[in-house]
Design a binder for this molecule. Structure first.
Ligand SMILES: Nc1ncnc2c1ncn2[C@@H]1O[C@H](COP(=O)(O)OP(=O)(O)OP(=O)(O)O)[C@@H](O)[C@H]1O
Ligand code: NI
Length: 339
């Protein structure tokens, strides 16, 4: 193994992306006193080259909104706070960083999207123009991004993602789900970005294709890229993630090295998610997450808003909770009052 690869996968490599208390609210309606959706609350995360951070949590907890915030793709009714510092190239110096949340659209469009951050979307096929072949779309993307990249030609990228060159000559409707996913990966890599955001990249794929997509993300990380993998498929995350962040009702409740979190979850919500897996006994967490419009009131009332579901997690010892966040080595767990 080369020096570069072993350094790249070390947990101590300099961060590529640092999120500091990223919050997103959506304002509903026009009048004063209007309701707010708290979609992301105080999310702090560190992502490092060569590593894959899986952001996991139930549907609607705020994962995609967090990713959209990083790309400046939130709708007009969104209010964003916090910082998301992307260090483009540590060798150039600290000033060569972009604060993604305050960057103007011109910077996001010209320098960030595609060039610094590649997006692997949820439904690969629907992100392509139906009337042009995959090759035409890939070639166009490479042309648009090339001035600042050494990314390979369409054929080289196709080969890297495991497509035969002739498969690139198909129209999107002629691609299977797995092939479309590979084209999407090639498109995301066309600008040779150091950071890949993959938002539910395996939706609709069967397990072997899920595994292959995960392995591609693993290969991208082995090349030194940083990957943020958004998924509610914990089995997929387990396959490749080096780090995990667990999100519940807009907040990150636990982060740490993947092996530690899967072996010994600290937050009762993480434990509940693992119990819902086949190997955990297929016991879903009872109840539903709270409405995101009601979080402020519930947090005042309960402290940790998972509290209402917590004692019911079958087979899970009663939550001993810690009213303060706990930081231990690379692991972190949010405060959650005993319940
Ligand atoms: N423009 C908007 N206005 C109001 N609420 C919104 C808006 N966009 C998203 N939301 C809400 O933000 C919350 C978080 O949504 P998000 O798409 O991030 O969830 P998710 O964790 O990615 O779920 P899934 O796993 O289903 O993709 C949801 O409750 C959603 O309804
Ligand atoms: Ni989502």
């Amino acid at each position: 193994m080369s020096e570069t690869v072993s350094t790249a996968s070390s947990p101590r490599t300099e961060p590529l992306l640092e999120l500091d208390r990223l919050s997103v609210r959506f304002l509903l309606g026009r009048r004063r006193g209007r309701a707010e959706v708290r979609a992301v609350t105080d999310a702090s995360l560190t992502l490092r080259p060569g590593r894959i951070l899986a952001l996991v949590g139930e549907s609607g907890c705020g994962k995609s909104v967090l990713a959209s915030a990083l790309l400046g793709l939130l709708p007009a009714n969104a209010q964003v706070r916090g910082r998301a510092l992307l260090h483009r190239d540590r060798t150039v110096g600290a000033e060569d960083s972009v604060e993604l949340l305050s960057a103007p659209e011109s910077v996001l469009a010209r320098r960030v999207r595609g060039r610094l951050v590649g997006l692997v979307p949820q439904s690969a096929g629907t992100h392509m123009t139906p009337v042009r072949t995959a090759r035409a779309q890939l070639a166009e993307t490479i042309r648009a991004l090339r001035s600042s990249t050494d990314a390979g030609t369409s054929d080289e990228l196709a080969e890297w993602v495991g497509l035969r060159p002739e498969q690139l000559d198909r129209y999107p409707h002629e691609l299977s789900g797995g092939m479309a996913q590979r084209v999407a990966m090639a498109l995301a890599l066309a600008g040779d970005p150091p950071l890949l955001l993959a938002d539910e990249p395996t939706t609709g794929l069967d397990r072997p294709l899920v595994d292959r997509t995960m392995d591609l993300l693993g290969d991208a990380a082995a090349q030194g890229r940083t990957v943020l993998l958004i998924t509610h498929d914990l089995a997929a995350a387990r396959r490749v993630a080096t780090d995990v962040a667990v999100m519940y009702a807009s907040r990150i409740v636990e982060t740490g090295p993947a092996a530690d979190i899967f072996d010994d979850p600290w937050h009762p919500y993480t434990a509940g998610l693992l119990k819902a897996l086949p190997e955990g006994g297929f016991e879903p967490i009872p109840g539903h997450p709270p409405a995101l419009t009601d979080l402020e009131r519930l947090e005042r009332k309960w402290g940790c808003v998972f509290c209402q579901r917590c004692p019911d997690v079958p087979g899970f010892a009663a939550c001993t909770g810690d009213p303060e966040p706990v930081h231990h080595g690379d692991r972190w767990i949010a405060a959650h009052a005993p319940c």
